[in-house]
Ligand binder design. Structure first.
Ligand SMILES: [Zn+2]
Length: 114
């Protein structure tokens, strides 16, 4: 009587072609930053480590079959340069002018009390 090995999954190795893998030979990865999935396995034929992109739906399928999932996140501001314009005197003056309208408070209160 054969040992139950669970579901086998067919994957493609660039060197060996189609290979059959068991769940424990596959790892799935999902990047939550851009919702991009991939899976990787060690080819039973040539022992190379192969990593392939996968639709998030495929990742779900692999995970529901019992594949280990690694969720990772790309650092949000990796290499990002904060070079936006500084708050200038023009901005301060524009704000100051708005407050110099004699009825700015009336406008504000009438807008909220009607
Ligand atoms: Zn191979």
């Amino acid at each position: 009587m054969p040992q139950p090995e669970g579901v086998s999954i067919r994957a493609t190795c660039p060197a060996c072609g189609d290979v059959d893998l068991v769940i424990s030979q596959i790892q799935a990865q999902l990047c939550v930053t851009d919702n991009r999935g991939s899976y990787s396995f060690s080819c039973p034929g040539c022992t190379s480590d192969i990593s392939k992109p996968a639709e998030p739906g495929v990742v779900d399928l692999l995970v529901s079959a019992g594949v280990d999932l690694t969720v990772w996140q790309r650092p949000a501001d990796e290499g990002e340069i904060h070079d936006g314009p500084a708050f200038t005197w023009d901005d301060v003056l524009a704000f100051h002018e708005a407050l110099e309208q004699p009825d700015w408070l009336d406008k504000l209160t009438s807008a909220t009390s009607s």
